[in-house]
Design a protein around this ligand. Structure first.
Ligand SMILES: [Zn+2]
Ligand SMILES: [Zn+2]
Length: 297
């Protein structure tokens, strides 16, 4: 074993078919030690092209290949601009199709353990990724009576003022020296994330990235617990003021109706969550067969 666990809520050794689902290519670096050892199927929501329009999928493919990890069919389902447009346009069918895509693959491949982005209110793609995975886990249990252990990991806690919360639901994966060295090398070689990687190491030091925290999702579809506006809304407003963006993705107006529709579709619930009664349930249609996934650009 190149690594060891501390704070273990359940033995992860019992899971034979792990999966990693991330909002953007590059997130896999944060759990490099875990993927190196457990070789999950890897799904990526967007191509990470951002506003520059240059995909990061090739960099992630290059990172995964030496680890013996093959990329999944759902690998860059949409461009970042496409995802933003789908959110602003409230293209609910696209999101439900993405849930179907994950569900189908989880069932076909017998996935029994999934690790995916946490909902942090930092980037809409991360929060959408979390919601899609929660829905797919529910769908798999409904369609097969099989339970998938659902875990999340934080991507942005290292640069935030507040401390990351750790409790008995965490699995802490402690990397051996050699694994930590390979992880940091991989991060430094990931060309499109150079600035972020340098910033993270400068701020926290290399040792900080030795522990990888996988948190068990106790309650799927738990809303992001933020005080005030989520970060993406504040930054969006700044970008609009600078003339860089045409519009801002807002939680109440754009994100919540999509999250609510995905949740309602997965759980069959027609009730709006408490405190969000102003938002009608947008989609009540059941999962009527598999929809064709299209890029909404
Ligand atoms: Zn990201
Ligand atoms: Zn933890």
């Amino acid at each position: 074993m190149a690594t060891s666990y501390s704070c273990v809520p359940e033995s992860l050794e019992v899971f034979a078919k792990p999966a990693l689902v991330v909002g953007h290519p590059g997130h896999e670096l944060k759990v490099f030690g875990w993927i190196s050892e457990y070789k999950p199927r890897v799904y990526v929501l967007t191509d990470g092209s951002g506003r520059q329009g240059v995909s990061r999928l090739l960099s992630t493919t290059r990172l995964l290949a030496p680890l013996g990890i093959e990329k999944e069919n759902a690998f860059g389902l949409i461009s970042d601009i496409g995802l933003y447009r789908a959110i602003l346009a409230q293209d609910i069918p696209w999101f439900l199709t993405a849930v179907d895509c994950l569900t189908e693959s989880f069932i076909e491949n017998g996935v029994d353990f999934v690790v995916a982005d946490a909902m942090e209110g930092f980037n809409p793609a991360h929060d959408i990724c979390r919601t899609l995975v929660d829905a797919a886990v529910v769908a798999v249990s409904q369609e097969t009576s099989r339970t998938i252990a659902n875990y999340k990991f934080c991507l942005t806690e290292w640069e935030r003022v507040r401390q990351e919360h750790h409790d008995s639901g965490c699995s802490h994966f402690v990397l051996a020296d050699e694994t930590l060295r390979r992880k940091l090398n991989a991060a430094e070689e990931y060309a499109e994330l150079q600035d972020e990687v340098c910033k993270a190491i400068d701020l926290r030091g290399r040792e900080y990235f030795r522990i990888e925290c996988l948190k068990k999702v106790i309650q799927p579809f738990q809303e992001y617990d933020y005080a005030g506006k989520p970060d993406y809304e504040t930054w969006g407003e700044q970008r609009v003021a600078e003339g860089a963006y045409e519009s801002t993705i807002r939680y109440e107006e754009h994100m919540f109706p999509i999250i609510d529709a995905i949740r309602n579709n997965a759980t069959g619930s027609k009730a709006c969550s408490a405190g969000r009664a102003t938002h009608a349930s947008h989609v009540q249609a059941g999962r009527s067969g598999r929809r064709a996934l299209r890029n909404s650009e």
